[in-house]
Write a protein of this length. Structure first.
Lengths: 305, 103
């Protein structure tokens, strides 16, 4: 339980990177450092026995977020170069006040001592949940309602971006041969790995979110190398992909509600239902993240077509 | 010092740094990055408190909640970026006010 030299190194790296990327000059440098920061966070999750989070952070936190911010940066790079820091006394006072609060918080955390969490409760009921991996059981069964709402959030964000987008703007620039080769090699690998992660989530770290993020990455790669791709894709398919996951989850929840309470899977069917919901969820997560990227990246040219 | 205390302290520090940066830096993309860093700090506090040592499995409930949080953070970032770009399309600026406008 005690922190070793690797932990102090990791901690210093995280705080140092954050300081440089947040307060340093140069927008592009900050974005690149932010992606590195995401990878360092993935390392930290692995260190803290959170392999599901490490997978998700690398794919979604560093990968998709980095792609989003880079796409947004490309949309404004020619014009705006940010000044370094705002002036005045307010930032200094706010920083000092926040520092006091931060120190007080850490002092309070130090006094917490050993915490008995919910791992015992989860282990007790794991056999009934339908899956063998505790995090998946919590996500899709014990706290399934939160995940259902999260599917809704993904759908909402994708819809909001689609509604506001100028539409019809090409995402791909002129992809070089390296990117094309890279995309050709990586796309099938991403699809197969996504399928594997989806299946693995039942008994080991993995699941719908990680698999969906990998599929979204494959979609983003394809969009970057294929001119005219976002427009030539039939809109009906995109919409179907977006709603499949939430619809399946809602259908399963409603079906379970007729037998018992909301989202209470019948015991012998729990495993199969969870896999069904996760499969639909993978497709919808991938579609939602992809739609969000296309929406942000498509704003490049500015002005309505 | 226990690993839990160290990493939750780092999480608090990341949150504080991110919060200050959101207020202080005028460029919208910097603000988006700052919110993400603050979010990562929050997740780190949560997961550090769920840590039970190298031998035993960690508490899975905070892990599930942070996983949800990571995905929601991406959606928030995407929407924030889309709105920022629309603001840029309309006004030609990536800052919220005229104060702090650079070159």
């Amino acid at each position: 339980m005690s922190a070793g030299p690797l932990d102090f190194l990791l901690a210093a790296g995280l705080v140092g990177l954050a300081g440089v990327l947040l307060f340093g000059a140069g927008l592009f440098r900050s974005i690149v450092l932010f992606i590195v920061f995401g990878l360092l966070m993935a390392l930290t999750w692995a260190r803290l026995n959170a392999p599901d989070l490490a997978l998700a952070e690398a794919a979604v936190g560093a990968g998709v977020t980095g792609a989003l911010v880079l796409a947004a940066w490309r949309g404004v790079e020619s014009r705006t170069e940010p000044p370094v820091v705002g002036r005045g006394w307010l930032p200094v006072i706010a920083g000092l006040g926040l520092g006091v609060v931060a120190v007080a918080t850490v002092a309070a955390l130090a006094g917490v001592g050993a915490v008995a969490g919910l791992e015992g409760a989860v282990t007790d009921r794991l056999a009934d949940s339908g899956v063998r991996h505790p995090v998946t059981a919590v996500l899709l069964n014990f706290r399934g309602y939160d995940t259902l709402l999260e599917f809704g959030v993904l759908l909402l964000a994708a819809m909001a971006i689609r509604l506001g987008a100028a539409g019809g703007v090409a995402v791909a620039g002129a992809p070089g041969p390296v990117l094309e080769r890279f995309a050709a090699l990586l796309t099938p690998l991403l699809i197969v790995t996504a399928g594997y992660l989806l299946w693995r989530g039942g008994h080991a770290p993995g699941g719908a979110f990680q698999a969906g993020a990998l599929l979204a990455a494959a979609g983003i790669l394809l969009v970057l190398v294929t001119p005219g791709l976002p427009d030539s894709l039939p809109d009906a398919r995109v919409r179907a992909g977006l709603i499949l996951g939430p619809f399946l989850f809602l259908a399963v929840a409603a079906g379970a509600a007729t037998a018992g309470s909301l989202l209470e899977y019948p015991r012998p069917w729990a495993g199969a239902l969870i896999l069904l919901v996760e499969a639909g969820g993978t497709l919808s997560i991938a579609t939602a993240l992809w739609v969000q990227f296309v929406g942000v990246a498509g704003e490049r040219e500015g002005g309505r077509p | 010092m226990s690993a839990t205390l160290l990493y939750s302290g780092v999480g608090v520090a990341l949150f504080a740094l991110g919060l200050v940066a959101v207020v202080v830096r005028p460029h919208l993309l910097h603000k988006v990055l700052a919110v993400n860093v603050a979010g990562s700090g929050t997740f780190l506090v949560y997961v550090a408190l769920a840590y039970r040592g190298t031998g035993s499995a960690a508490d899975p409930v905070p892990h599930a909640m942070v996983l949800t949080g990571i995905v929601v953070a991406v959606c928030t970032t995407a929407l924030a970026l889309a709105l920022a770009l629309r603001l840029y399309r309309r006004t030609g600026r990536m800052t919220l006010t005229d104060e702090g406008e650079g070159g």
